[in-house]
Design a protein around this ligand. Structure first.
Ligand code: SAH
Ligand code: SF4
Ligand code: F3S
Length: 444
């Protein structure tokens, strides 16, 4: 006889997350929605999954191509009756085409429609990709990746329309999330033990430009100040700010607010004003360097990371050398570098004149990365003897080494050998040696 009191066994969800931190956060929403509303639990074994989700990225061509081979591979090993859903930015960009190209996909859920997951799993062949869907008021789901660090979206979408970038076509127009929702969520996170917030948005420092509900005037500088008043939140990071919106007030708040970590991602894209103009970035090399100079005047030890694209349409050797010279001048701690990849919907993808041959773009990427490697080695040597407060993120034990690791305020990863600490604990360490640009230290 059936026992009605017996709880239903949970269904298994396998999820793969590609792309940026926004996708990581969206995957957390997907997991939490399915766990709370549909009784799913996570599995790492795709063969036992009842539902397979691929949370896709479409910023460059490569990950998009990988998607279809991946769907084919999942189809071969998946359990009979298991569903496959394609979510995220490629879902937004390709929509219906995904169902046409991959017959075994059950639904397509765009990056702007993530909150509809528990509906689409019951709608065979659903395609939910509307770019004007407003999920800026969507109730936050639990963070799942860490107990002491949390991702917090402060805005959705992007209005910038840089000439190379597909993101505005996958995430729609920019809408900020109301301050009261953010404060409520941040306080809730703090009372559950979260110490570090990573604020997310495509242009975080454009916060407050547009809300979908009536809202008092506010900007990112004020938001930082409000969030830092929350007791228990000890560190605040954010990604990505846009160089154009880095006014003095913002840099000053960044420098003086003790809870705001002293590391910042300032995407350069190119060091050539001519290329920046054709990219429609809205700033010049001089403006970028002016902001760097002011920031370093306020905070000489600040950690700076950046994104650089090489081989953009029209990039000459001289233009490329300007990117190299900015890299040399700023001495970024972390560099994310990419070969320009033409994307659908973007103006640059239709430009024929001045295309850079693949071979030259590859060589430029290599030259840029070689220079960065040299800078990183020198930056790391300069860390010797410095004391950092690190937040412990991992304890690892392997046949080769045993260590605890965490990040400094300036976002450098530091390892402490032959010791374990509690995850989420702050430890003061002194950097004692450097191996392959990794910092090692001991408690002090
Ligand atoms: N909003 C962020 C960028 C998000 S996309 C900003 O403005 O900085 C992340 C990075 O991918 C970009 O900074 C850019 O360097 C890179 N990127 C975007 N489109 C690209 C393309 N078509 N080809 C190569 N790299 C690209
Ligand atoms: Fe893309 Fe530019 Fe928006 Fe960044 S600011 S997401 S690069 S359009
Ligand atoms: Fe992020 Fe890739 Fe979309 S970088 S915004 S997941 S296109």
């Amino acid at each position: 006889m059936h026992n009605f009191l017996e709880s239903k066994p949970s269904k298994k969800l396998y999820i793969e997350t590609l792309g940026c931190a926004m996708n990581v956060r969206d995957s957390e929403h997907l997991i939490a929605e399915l766990r709370e509303k549909e009784n799913y639990s996570l599995t790492e074994d795709v063969k036992e999954a009842d539902l397979i989700l691929i949370n896709t990225c479409s910023v460059r061509e490569k990950p998009e191509n990988k998607l279809f081979s991946e769907i084919g591979a999942f189809e071969k090993i998946k359990k009979k009756g298991a569903k496959i859903g394609v979510c995220g930015c490629t879902a937004s960009a390709l929509g219906e085409k995904i169902l046409k190209k991959a017959k075994n996909v059950d639904f397509v859920l765009g990056a702007r429609n993530i909150s509809k997951i528990s509906q689409v799993i019951h709608q065979p062949k659903a395609v939910e990709v509307a770019l004007d869907y407003d999920d800026s008021l969507y109730m936050f789901s639990k963070n799942v990746n860490s107990n002491f660090k949390a991702l917090l979206n402060i805005s959705i979408g992007c209005d910038k329309h840089c000439a190379y970038c597909i993101v505005p076509h996958t995430r729609g127009k920019e809408i900020s999330i109301p301050l009261d929702l953010l404060l409520k969520e941040a306080s809730k996170l703090a009372s559950s033990g979260v110490k570090e917030l990573l604020l997310l948005g495509q242009n975080v420092n454009n916060y407050g430009a547009r809300f979908s509900v009536p809202h008092p005037k506010i900007d990112f500088t004020q938001l930082l100040s409000e969030l830092s008043k929350i007791e228990g939140i000890e560190r605040i990071r954010f990604t990505s700010p846009h160089p154009l919106h880095m006014d003095d007030a913002f840099l000053e708040e960044f420098a003086k607010n003790p809870k705001v970590c002293k590391s910042i991602h300032i995407p350069l894209q190119s060091g050539s004003t001519k290329i920046l103009k054709s990219m429609k970035r809205g700033y010049s090399k001089e403006w970028y360097l002016n902001r760097i100079d002011y920031l370093k005047k306020l905070l000489p030890d600040v950690g700076i990371s950046t994104d650089i694209i090489v081989g953009f349409v029209g990039e000459s050797e001289e233009d490329f050398m300007e990117s190299m010279s900015v890299l040399e001048y700023v001495r970024f701690d972390t560099l994310y570098s990419f070969i320009y990849s033409p994307r659908p919907f973007t103006p640059a993808s239709t430009w024929e004149e001045g295309k850079v041959p693949k071979e030259i773009a590859k060589q430029r990427l290599q030259r840029l990365q070689d220079l960065h490697k040299k800078i990183l080695t020198e930056n790391s040597q300069a860390e010797l003897g410095k004391v950092h407060k690190i937040l412990i993120e991992n304890n690892k034990q392997s046949e080769i080494e045993t260590f605890s690791e965490g990040r400094s305020d300036t976002n450098r990863l530091v390892k402490i050998e032959d010791k374990f600490f509690n995850l989420g604990e702050f430890v003061d360490i002194k950097v004692t040696h450097v191996r392959n640009a990794t910092l090692y230290g001991s408690p002090c």
